[in-house]
Design a binder for this molecule. Structure first.
Ligand code: URA
Length: 247
């Protein structure tokens, strides 16, 4: 017996969080009855689960695509307002892909698309401590003591204190600098907020790494399948001892 939210994620319908929303919105039925509780447990082989009236098929084949998200696209699988989404940039691969985590509309860079809800959960939840690396062009040149504030953690507008970041200046020019920052969280506009906090607003932002996955020379708007070694790393992360909830 598995939680409904996890069954949807494993079937590639949505990430666990997005699946929970679908359930709470009343889009999911089990044997013809609406279930509103994401944690309700079922055996997917013994019941018929439908989302928006369509039967859920349990896919075995997991697909992983790395996209270099260009600016101007939103990182959701569907947008009720009809804006361009990252799924408009990849071909139909016969599975329902969704993005792993989010990049702002004006952020570029590495975005993983998959139908593997379990991997999506592992790669985004802060407890698994998978670092995301960004290159930020910021206004002015931040002093070391300001970078130290980011290394220690700052209080974000939400009230959450950011976990320790690794940050260094890569290049400087008269009125700006390129900073590399590694964080293991992915809160909304977090990197922009962190640099705003120290008085050096971000002019442009690119995600270059997600754990061991590296954007390399993939051009904005281009995509590729992950290599076997990259897929193996994801499986290792998803199946490792760290999957056990931390105390
Ligand atoms: N932090 C941001 O500010 N924006 C992103 O898109 C990702 C991380």
């Amino acid at each position: 017996m598995e939680r409904l939210q996890k069954i949807l994620a494993n079937a590639g319908i949505a990430s666990r969080r997005a699946g929970a929303e679908l359930i709470k919105e009343g889009c999911v039925t089990v044997d013809g009855r609406i279930v509103l509780e994401p944690g309700a447990r079922f055996d997917p082989s013994q019941c018929e689960i439908k989302v928006d009236g369509k039967p859920v098929k349990i896919h075995d084949k997991k697909i992983y695509i790395m996209l270099n998200k260009p600016q101007g696209y939103i990182s959701t699988a569907r947008d009720p307002r009809g804006r361009k989404t990252v799924l408009d940039l990849v071909p139909n691969v016969g599975a329902r892909l969704f993005p792993v985590g989010r990049l702002d509309r004006d952020t570029e860079g590495l975005l993983l698309l998959t139908n593997d809800g379990h991997a999506a959960y592992t790669l985004t939840h802060p407890k698994f401590e998978i670092y995301k690396t960004y290159l930020a062009v910021v206004e002015g040149v931040p002093a070391e003591e300001k970078l130290s504030l980011l290394r220690k953690g700052i209080r974000l507008q939400s009230g959450h204190v950011s976990s320790p970041a690794q940050v260094r200046i890569v290049t400087v020019s008269p009125d700006s600098a390129v900073a590399e920052i590694k964080i293991r969280e992915g809160r909304k506009r977090q990197v922009r907020e962190m640099f705003d906090f120290i008085g050096h607003p971000v002019r442009s932002l690119v995600r270059t790494h997600l754990g061991r996955l590296e954007l390399g020379d993939l051009k904005p708007g281009s995509w590729r399948y992950l290599t076997k070694a990259e897929e193996d790393w994801i499986r290792e992360m998803s199946a490792g001892p760290q999957e056990r909830p931390s105390k």
